[in-house]
Write a protein of this length. Structure first.
Length: 367
């Protein structure tokens, strides 16, 4: 959603419902695209993606926008909706009536502005289509090796199509840019599939991060209760992060051993935070890590405190084609909105584990 689904007309909503109900037809149209645009796609090499992933509210959208300002990066935008799986045919059709779109605050109510040309993580629709058993009623099961050949082939072709549509500047090697929170549960599979790529995984102080996650969850519980289309839309595009659609990622089976089952409490979100980032740190430091794409931890708190040094390090890490321009964006950075948190009701063991892990993440972080 570029803003609230209240901005969608009856016709908009009807088109989205049709699109999401006809994903097999979109896959068939994607095969047609391969033939129609074969010459255009043939000149595009297998992309080397940059994966930005973490739990929501960690700074992933900011990192996405910073990287998207570089000429080499290509990603989905809201204009690819809702026929995401056949983007070239959709652009050919929809380009006749698409108009300029003013930026508006996104549905999260966090001050971040989006428009039809804003980048977004719509490839999650592909994952939902090809990996249905992972999306269980009450959780999402993390991935291991990505051995589905039809999925691997479709994803490769799809990424090249997005690069073709974005028409990167001459003289740069185009790269696919992915900001998908659920990819934090695919570190092994994507890392093996694209060993020359890399992951950027931002993290924040666990108490502040958990408070932000809880606030968004409560907000979207209200949104989904009041706007059924918003609930339908977000489920269809694979946004199960909050609200009535919430399905936590079951990192290493943490849900079976959790102390808090109530997602309206800070205890739950602190346990979720610890499960997620414990999983990330283990994979980043695994013995076989050199055979997969590297996982780079980015401290959002440190980046805010030392922006000049942080941006310089990030520019070098991702091999920015315009390091000076990338670093000039440091002025966009601002501290996350602080939450006043009463810790008296939090299980001290849960909070202690989160804080201990936060310290280890800081030691391992590249920024």
């Amino acid at each position: 959603m570029t803003a609230s689904t209240g901005d969608y007309s009856f016709a908009d909503r009807a088109v989205h419902r049709i699109a999401f109900a006809t994903l097999p037809a979109q896959v068939a149209l994607a095969d047609l695209e391969d033939k129609l645009y074969a010459d255009r796609l043939e000149g595009i090499d297998e992309p080397v993606p940059l994966f930005i992933t973490a739990l929501p509210r960690a700074g992933t959208t900011l990192l996405l926008e910073l990287c998207d300002a570089l000429p080499e990066y290509c990603s989905h935008t809201y204009r690819d909706m809702p026929f995401v799986l056949c983007p070239m045919l959709w652009q050919r059709f929809s380009g006749r009536f698409q108009q300029a779109d003013a930026a508006r605050e996104r549905a999260h109510g966090d001050g971040m502005m989006v428009s039809a040309d804003s980048v977004e993580a719509f490839e999650e629709i592909i994952w939902k289509f090809f990996w249905k058993p992972h999306y269980q009623q009450d959780r999402i099961v993390p991935w291991g090796a990505l051995e589905q050949e039809d999925f691997r082939d479709f994803l490769s072709r799809h990424l090249r199509k997005i690069i073709a549509l974005r028409e990167p500047a001459a003289g740069v090697t185009p790269r696919y840019l992915s900001k998908n929170n659920a990819n934090v549960a695919r570190l092994r599979g994507l890392g093996e599939l694209y060993p020359q790529s890399m992951f950027l995984v931002p993290f924040r102080d666990p108490l502040q991060h958990a408070a932000s996650l809880l606030r968004q969850h409560l907000r979207f519980l209200e949104v989904h209760d009041e706007d059924k289309f918003a609930r339908f839309y977000m489920a269809a595009i694979g946004h199960h992060d909050f609200g009535a659609n919430f399905r936590p990622l079951d990192f290493d089976g943490w849900l079976a051993g959790r102390k808090s089952a109530d997602a309206t409490t800070l205890d739950f979100w602190l346990e979720y935070w610890t499960a997620c980032y414990g999983h990330v740190l283990a994979w980043a430091q695994a013995a076989d890590s050199e055979t997969r794409a590297p996982i780079h931890l980015v401290s959002y708190d440190r980046l805010v405190a030392e922006p000049a040094a942080g941006f310089k390090a990030l520019a070098g890490l991702i091999g920015a084609s315009d390091s000076e321009g990338f670093c000039a964006q440091a002025e966009r950075l601002s501290p996350a909105r602080p939450h006043e948190v009463d810790t008296s009701g939090i299980d001290p063991e849960i909070l202690g584990r989160a804080r201990e892990l936060y310290g280890r993440l800081g030691e391992a972080a590249v920024v």
